[in-house]
Design a binder for this molecule. Structure first.
Ligand SMILES: [Zn+2]
Length: 98
């Protein structure tokens, strides 16, 4: 049927799949499919935090960066300790890529 594809594109889910591709599912009224529509995905949360970051003053950004660096460092250290203790490096990789 002609015209169907353009209609479907406009109703395409705004969420992203695990591989980072645009979700091909048909969106509901909220702009997301039944998978992405329920709870906000991490991509949406990331987009929200990026938007908040853009609105920060330089001082707030510096503070945010410092805090984020500290958090990242802690996460990596904890992951290394976890990996050394359990030997589950595959699990550590999965955990870090969350
Ligand atoms: Zn979706």
């Amino acid at each position: 049927m002609q015209g169907m594809s353009s209609v479907r594109d406009s109703m395409q889910c705004q969420g992203l799949t695990k591989s980072g591709q645009q979700c091909r599912n048909q969106a509901t009224s909220n702009g997301f499919c039944h998978i992405h529509g329920g709870l906000p995905s991490r991509n949406v949360a990331r987009r929200e935090s990026q938007r908040a970051y853009v609105n920060m003053t330089p001082e707030q950004k510096a503070e945010h960066d410092h805090f984020a660096m500290g958090c990242m460092f802690m996460v990596i250290v904890l992951a290394l300790i976890f990996g050394l203790l359990t030997g589950d490096w595959h699990g550590v990789g999965k955990w870090l890529s969350r």
